[in-house]
Write a protein of this length. Structure first.
Length: 275
């Protein structure tokens, strides 16, 4: 007759109920055994990347009497230089949601790639910068508590925030030194951030992740629009280098897409008029 018999219906119902149960109990289902964590802890700590203090950041500047302000200024100058040279030397990847994705290997001994995701946004650069800087809750559903640990000047701060994760991955805590500019040539805006250690920022999550590099370049591109480029290199703690190579870049592309989508224009109801 072409109709499923009772046995087929029963098996289909059982499979559906089994899947529903797995979804409901996903946090328990994907737990990592404590014994496995214990076995891997020592080797992971040996390879850990540590965040510098503000003073240690300053010592990384070649000039005598270097400080963290000079370090941040160097990051911003390098980003402007790359943008002026149209980001040469990046390897382009396929991406979705009308985003552009590329990566570049960094020769510092750490296997993690530097990723670059770009998208056009229906808002001017200063508004996009504010959305990234102060309104993460509008585009990131995993965004949890945050605080400004220390304001160093009007455009520089030590900032702490927490991002939720699906089990078995832990809730991740970030402490970053970040600075931003809105007075750059050609109407550009910029935000750069890097992880630091700070005595007034105790762990708020389960694991402290490391932002090795995070740079947002926001350029005007006509008609009130902006081109948002995010350059990102983060050790989330708990993933293999292979996962970073295959998956992390697509998370970066999805992030800039969510920022863009948070500016989606309101759809006016009613018939169109000529007024």
């Amino acid at each position: 007759t072409g109709k499923p018999d009772q046995k087929d219906l029963s098996e289909n119902l059982a499979a559906t109920q089994g899947l529903a149960h797995m979804i409901m109990e996903c946090n328990k289902l994907f737990e990592v055994p404590h014994e496995m964590i214990t076995q891997s802890r020592n080797s992971y700590v040996d390879a850990e990347v540590h965040s510098p203090t503000l003073d240690e950041l300053g010592k990384q500047v070649d000039e005598e009497g270097g400080n963290y302000q000079m370090y941040l200024e160097t990051l911003m100058q390098n980003l402007q230089k790359e943008a002026k040279e149209k980001f040469k030397g990046w390897v382009t990847c396929s991406s979705v949601e009308n985003t552009e994705l590329a990566y570049k290997k960094v020769g510092d001994g750490n296997p993690l790639r530097l990723w670059k995701a770009s998208v056009e946004v229906e808002a001017p650069p200063s508004v996009v910068l504010h959305r990234v800087l102060r309104e993460r809750h509008l585009w990131d559903d995993d965004f949890l508590p945050w605080k400004v640990v220390e304001s160093l000047d009007k455009q520089t701060e030590v900032y702490q925030y927490v991002l939720n994760s699906m089990a078995p991955h832990p809730v991740r805590d970030f402490v970053v030194l970040r600075t931003w500019r809105t007075d750059l040539p050609k109407g550009m805006c910029m935000l750069v951030a890097i992880s630091v250690e700070h005595e007034e920022a105790p762990l708020m999550g389960a694991v402290r992740a490391i932002v090795m590099d995070s740079q947002y370049l926001i350029e005007p591109c006509g008609s009130g629009k902006a081109r948002l480029t995010h350059i990102c290199r983060i050790d989330l703690k708990g993933h293999s280098p292979e996962w970073y190579n295959k998956g992390f870049g697509h998370l970066c592309a999805a992030e800039v897409a969510r920022i863009r989508n948070s500016f989606q224009p309101l759809i006016a109801e009613g018939p169109e008029t000529k007024i």
